[in-house]
Design a protein around this ligand. Structure first.
Ligand SMILES: [Zn+2]
Ligand SMILES: [Zn+2]
Length: 751
């Protein structure tokens, strides 16, 4: 029953069958569907889930709005079968944000809505019981003078908080707030001061009784000025770019703002790229914040996630820290949004409902009327451009906080240099002297596995993936040839599959091989390798990072996992190996990503009192990207890169949407996009350009052929209008068997 344009049937008042419910179905279907309210239950409100009859079956839906009349024949409208929630689970502001996002990204509203909910709530499952086991103070506990309680800090804290909540508090909230409380609770119960109860989940704000947060460092003038200017915007919308060099203390600015937000009784949303990779940030925030944050991340179980979601939605928690999907978590008292590492590609959802959490954070702040702060040492060029035009207020932290000095970067020309383990003599010498001085060395090689290529010296055979246009990576310890694109692998062959020859050789070097080759060069030196292969087991990454921070391994080597926001105070030398291939990659964003990576890795050196230096090995020392980075840092690089983007009419100077198609044959994918192109001609104005179809940079992946059609315009509204006119025609096109297609608005990854 999609709503169709046509004759509007207006109901007479006295014939009214009750309000019409506009329902979004939990499926990738365009449009909303009209239903009548269920018999025998109160009329649902917008934001409540319902079970509805749909195409001969049952589907979960969510009421978007109530209407007086429907464009459908009222006699044919079906009734909602039952309500799934006792009250709305999304508020009007949440619905507005999601509807806006579905519209902007041209996604089905039902798909957008339900991907914003915790997994269990995408089904007909009931909400988790909000009445939970809890504790409350007895009359004796209320009356007792705290001085009579004895010296147990935890008992004091527990009784103190319970005395402020006469109805009691749930156990899990008490634990979240105070840490382990079992022993303290036993002690207090034995004295009759507290008792168990069924506690409704009450709100946890900042209260004076909680353990005092750890004290932070004294802020410098730049940090204080940034906080002052953002505070001045509290209560209304304004977007800020917090552009701070690595080590400049952006986190301290966040902490100051969060405290101020809590003092105003508002909730703060902090969006971070990957919590799993930054346990340190999580710990630091948790130790320093004046209230316990709710942390949403993938390591939580489904029910833990859902409880956290409810706590935020009910306004019981003052701080939510989460990855990109947290941008949709309902927060009724939201007063501040922070996006850390706003340049990070993982803030973009690449599958299903494709959205940018950073861009939606700005939109959400605008809808709610609160400030949003985008923080980075290496801002995305789009964000920098918004700061340059004044759309975002530009706050700079140009100095490192504390005593640390910025590291010096040196380009090391390795043309004609003898290398051992891929390291030039100069770098090896530098490593030796730092290690001898008791310091730590970090080697960055952004390629895991032993070697990216295995080849036969006799006949030239090269190990390739049978399903992708990609080479197989050799993982020697696991004796596998592995495709990093589709996950396919084979056991390492002993002979060449073509000529049965025995002379198989590797080309190139990954972290596994570097690790192996370093050991004889640095005997008696402890080495730690941190990449996806060495951190597969749960908890292993935290353990390795902790050891690395304590300075136990003298050499740290790893992929970009090492680059993200970790502090290694004893690292005084960073060696960057083998970035040259990235300098000439096809994607127009490759130089930006490379510069960001270099700056982030560089930021690991010399974080404490010891000065750091960075050696970047290259065969292209005159490359303009490297030269601009070296001479003027990221800001200089960005200046140059923006000028290049402008000359080439690329984002942020134009706006893109990418239609991708994949099919069992290249011809099918291509011909579908040709049809797309053909039906666009009539609508596309001179200012919206279609480029393609062309094969994707990796044409075959996981056994499917991929092609793409790029839509480009200098004016975003024109692009949006063209897409809105064009997409219904695309959806109506006949589709060959096995063909899939998708639209990506503002694509980040062009592959
Ligand atoms: Zn061979
Ligand atoms: Zn593959």
């Amino acid at each position: 029953m999609p709503i169709q344009a046509g004759v509007r049937v207006t109901l007479q008042r006295d014939q009214s069958p009750g309000p019409i419910l506009r329902v979004a179905i939990a499926a990738p279907l365009m449009g909303v569907f009209d239903y009548l309210a269920p018999h025998d239950s109160p009329t649902p409100a917008a934001g409540q889930r319902v079970l509805v009859p749909f195409r001969g079956g049952q589907r979960v839906g969510l009421v978007l709005a109530l209407a007086e009349c429907s464009d459908q024949d009222p006699a044919r409208l079906k009734r909602v079968e039952r309500l799934l929630d006792p009250h709305p689970i999304l508020g009007p502001a949440d619905l507005r944000l999601i509807a806006w996002a579905a519209d902007y990204y041209h996604a089905p509203i039902g798909e957008a809505l339900f991907s914003a909910l915790p997994a269990r709530l995408r089904t007909a499952a009931a909400l988790l019981d909000e009445q939970r086991a809890g504790l409350r103070a007895t009359a004796a506990g209320q009356a007792l003078a705290l001085a009579e309680l004895g010296r147990s800090q935890r008992q004091r804290a527990l009784l103190g908080i319970l005395r402020e909540h006469a109805d009691g508090l749930a156990l899990d909230e008490l634990k979240a707030r105070l840490g382990p409380i079992a022993a303290a609770a036993r002690g207090l119960r034995a004295r009759g001061l507290i008792e168990t109860c069924r506690a409704s989940a009450a709100r946890l704000g900042a209260t004076p009784t909680q353990p005092a947060p750890a004290r932070g460092p004294v802020l410098n003038a730049d940090q204080m000025e940034a906080i002052r200017r953002i505070l001045a915007a509290f209560g209304g919308f304004r977007a800020f770019l917090l552009d701070g060099v690595t080590g400049s203390g952006k986190t301290e600015v966040y902490l100051g703002l969060i405290e101020a937000s809590i003092a105003r009784d508002r909730q703060t949303l902090l969006i971070v790229p990957e919590i799993g990779l930054t346990p340190q940030l999580r710990e630091r925030l948790t130790a320093r914040l004046p209230a316990r944050p709710v942390v949403l991340h993938s390591a939580l179980s489904a029910s833990e996630r859902e409880r956290a979601w409810h706590a935020a939605a009910a306004g019981r928690t003052s701080i939510v820290i989460g990855t990109r999907s947290a941008v949709f978590v309902p927060m009724p008292r939201l007063g501040l949004i922070l996006v850390d590492e706003e340049h990070d590609p993982s803030l973009k959802q690449q599958e299903g409902f494709r959205y940018s959490a950073r861009d939606l954070a700005v939109r959400r702040a605008q809808l709610v009327g609160c400030p949003v702060v985008l923080g980075s040492a290496t801002p995305a060029l789009e964000t920098l451009s918004n700061a340059r035009t004044g759309r975002y207020e530009w706050l700079r932290l140009p100095r490192r906080a504390g005593p640390a000095r910025p590291p010096r970067i040196a380009l090391l020309d390795i043309r004609d240099q003898p290398l051992r383990a891929g390291l030039s003599g100069v770098l090896r010498e530098a490593m030796r002297s730092e290690i001898a001085a008791g310091n730590q060395v970090l080697l960055f090689l952004n390629r895991r596995g032993y070697a990216p290529v295995l080849t036969c010296h006799s006949c030239g055979w090269v190990g390739g993936c049978p399903h992708c246009d990609a080479r197989l990576t050799l993982h020697l310890a696991r004796r596998r040839l592995w495709c990093h694109h589709c996950g396919w692998y084979q056991v390492l062959p002993e002979r060449c599959p073509e000529c049965r020859g025995l002379d198989l050789r590797t080309l190139g070097r990954g972290t596994e091989r570097l690790d192996e080759e370093l050991r004889p060069l640095f005997p008696d030196v402890s080495i730690a390798r941190i990449d996806r292969d060495t951190t597969r087991r749960r908890g292993e990454l935290d353990r390795l990072l902790e050891e690395a921070r304590r300075g136990a391994p003298r050499i740290l080597l790893g992929t970009q996992m090492l680059a993200k926001g970790h502090d290694f105070p004893a690292v005084t030398l960073v060696g960057i190996l083998d970035l040259d291939h990235a300098l000439y990659a096809g994607d127009f964003r490759a130089p930006e990503r490379t510069a960001q990576l270099v700056v982030q890795v560089t930021g690991r050196a010399g974080r404490a009192e010891r000065p750091g230096r960075v050696v970047l090995q290259t065969r292209h020392p005159d490359h303009p990207l490297l030269q601009s980075l070296l001479r003027e840092g990221y800001a200089g690089f960005a200046e140059l890169a923006l000028a290049e983007r402008q000359a080439a009419d690329l984002p942020p100077y134009s706006h893109l949407a990418l239609v991708r198609a994949e099919a069992p044959t290249a011809a099918l994918a291509h011909s579908f996009l040709e049809q797309c192109r053909a039906c666009a001609q009539a609508d596309v104005t001179a200012e919206v350009e279609l480029l393609g179809p062309v094969p994707a940079p990796m044409e075959r992946r996981a056994g499917r052929y991929r092609a793409q059609l790029l839509v480009q315009s200098r004016r975003r509204p024109l692009l949006q209008r063209a897409l809105a006119q064009w997409l219904p025609q695309l959806r109506a096109l006949p589709r060959a068997r096995g063909l899939r297609w998708s639209l990506d608005v503002d694509p980040q990854d062009m592959s």
